[in-house]
Design a protein around this ligand. Structure first.
Ligand code: NDP
Length: 236
């Protein structure tokens, strides 16, 4: 895919799936910037490797997120990848931790997408990383996380209506288990997760980045308000 001269911002690009997305767009010629919060050293390494620009921006801070998007100028592509999961029985979870996750996983994607669409030219693309857990939550302890990923579905359906007339698309990519620090392929949950799947392995961050690149490219202009699952049939 050729993204030469395209301006791309990735929220949450220092590690895991986000870093693979930064690498993909940089390799395809884009001018890439990305945000990070807790991992400045990893961010610096990704920036040096790819020739991209890293900005410290906490996705839990709504005004910082809006400011980062606004200050990026007209974007051709916005990818919202930053996301966290908190585990545990809902009755025992700290409500402040739950609300912080809601700010990162729901509020940031919404406000970033709206702010980006204010400046985006026709042909602009917004891609948000959801989860197959937005469709299917077969394990206990992840109710609040699943809620955040389901919320993105309604967001995409609605914002597609607002942005479509301006030639801007918005889509959700819904990974299943992907090998990152958040969900290592050799982690304690691997056998349980693989038992739900037709392809019994973790996906690779690069596989998710490839789907993001296609959705951000010229062939996907008729694709909007939709969920795109990449999960080895975890949710099938
Ligand atoms: P990682 O924990 O490996 O990486 C998360 C990335 O998001 C890091 O770059 C991190 O940056 C950034 N991030 C997290 N919190 C913030 C914050 N407050 N502000 C700015 N950046 C932040 O996770 P994954 O790569 O596995 O997950 C990426 C996305 O994919 C998430 O939305 C996740 O929900 C989703 N997903 C992942 C799956 C998986 O199996 N791995 C499956 C389904 C969905 P930093 O460390 O600098 O804060």
């Amino acid at each position: 895919m050729d993204f030469t001269n395209k301006s791309v911002l990735v929220l949450g690009g220092s590690r895991g799936i986000g870093a693979a997305i930064v690498r993909r767009f940089a390799a395809d010629g884009a001018k890439v910037s990305f945000t990070y919060s807790g991992s400045p050293e990893a961010a610096q390494l990704v920036a040096e490797e790819t020739g991209s620009t890293a900005f410290s921006t906490d996705s839990a801070d709504r005004d910082a997120v809006i400011g980062r998007v606004r200050d990026s100028g007209p974007l051709d592509v916005l990818v919202v990848n930053s996301g966290i999961a908190i585990f545990g029985d809902a009755r025992e979870q700290d409500p402040d931790a739950v609300d912080r996750m809601f700010r990162i996983n729901i509020h940031a994607p919404y406000h970033a997408s709206v702010e980006a669409a204010r400046q985006m030219p026709p042909g602009g693309r917004i891609v948000v990383i959801g989860s197959v857990n937005g469709d299917r939550m077969p394990m206990p302890g992840l109710a609040s996380y699943a809620l955040t990923k389901s919320a993105l579905q309604g967001m995409a359906r609605g914002l597609a209506r607002d942005f479509g007339p301006g030639g801007i698309t918005i889509n959700i990519v819904q990974p299943g288990p992907i090998d990152t620090e958040a969900n290592p392929a050799d982690g304690p949950m691997k056998d349980l997760m693989h038992s739900f799947m037709a392809i019994k392995r973790h996906g690779r961050p690069e596989e998710v980045a490839a789907m993001v690149a296609w959705l951000a490219g010229p062939e996907a202009g008729f694709v909007t308000g939709a969920m795109h699952t990449i999960d080895g049939a975890f949710g099938a």
